[in-house]
Write a protein of this length. Structure first.
Lengths: 110, 113
């Protein structure tokens, strides 16, 4: 079951903050976040493991609410380089099969 | 850290022609390997995954197949391409040794004409 991401798109000015949400209807082992620039492969940002372990990347952080099966990605003091499409991937089994959300397009303007 | 190679980078093939895409990995042993497809402007769809040599699991019934002849080699094939097979094909690696992260290769952009 594909996780649901919101919003679909967001436009920011440099220095502004944004939150991207990801929710799943299934119990999650972990949530993975990626950023994809146009024409390129997705780049791994961070993983949030069941049990609360969390990693960060630049000024991007994330939270994981295991009870609600929800994760949020926080873009703080956004930079032009943050532009791209952000995908969350939910891991619901031990084989490592990720189900991806539809993506959130982020545009950061000067 | 691991390095993922995919080739070719781009490919234009006529409908009905065969397909072979290759993914090789360096820097890790016993990885889990995955093939994803991304249609234009869409999300990522898992096609196949493999947890070891010769072990392939299919996620989506279609005219594609996958093989893993070596520990760090993953091949995606088709006998006859369809227009709907066009897309961006991405190989992903979950490194061996208990890692949870997955990393994507550079991808192959396939256009079926």
């Amino acid at each position: 079951q594909q996780p649901v991401q919101s919003p679909q798109a967001v436009i920011l000015r440099e220095g502004e903050d944004a939150v991207i949400n990801c929710s799943s209807s299934k119990a999650l082992y972990s949530v993975h976040w990626y950023r994809q620039k146009h024409g390129e492969a997705p780049v791994f940002l961070m993983i949030l493991l069941k049990g609360g372990e969390q990693k960060g990347h630049e000024k991007i952080s994330a939270s994981f609410n295991e009870k609600k099966q929800q994760s949020s990605l926080y873009l703080t003091a956004s930079q032009l380089s943050y532009s791209g499409t952000y995908f969350c991937g939910s891991l619901t089994d031990s084989w490592g099969k990720l189900q991806f959300g539809a993506g959130t397009q982020v545009v950061v303007t000067p | 850290s691991q390095t993922i190679h995919q080739w070719p980078a781009t490919l234009v093939q006529p409908v009905g022609s065969p397909l072979s895409l290759e993914c090789t990995v360096e820097g890790t042993s016993n990885p889990n390997l995955y093939w994803y497809r991304q249609a234009a402007g869409r999300g990522l769809q898992l096609l196949f995954y493999s947890v070891g040599i010769g072990q392939i699991s299919s996620e989506v019934p279609q005219n594609l197949s996958a093989s893993r002849p070596q520990d760090r080699q993953f091949i995606l094939s088709s006998k006859k391409l369809l227009l709907s097979d066009s897309g961006f094909y991405l190989c992903a690696v979950r490194p061996g040794g208990g890692a949870y992260e997955q990393y994507f290769g550079p991808g192959t952009r396939l256009t079926v004409t």
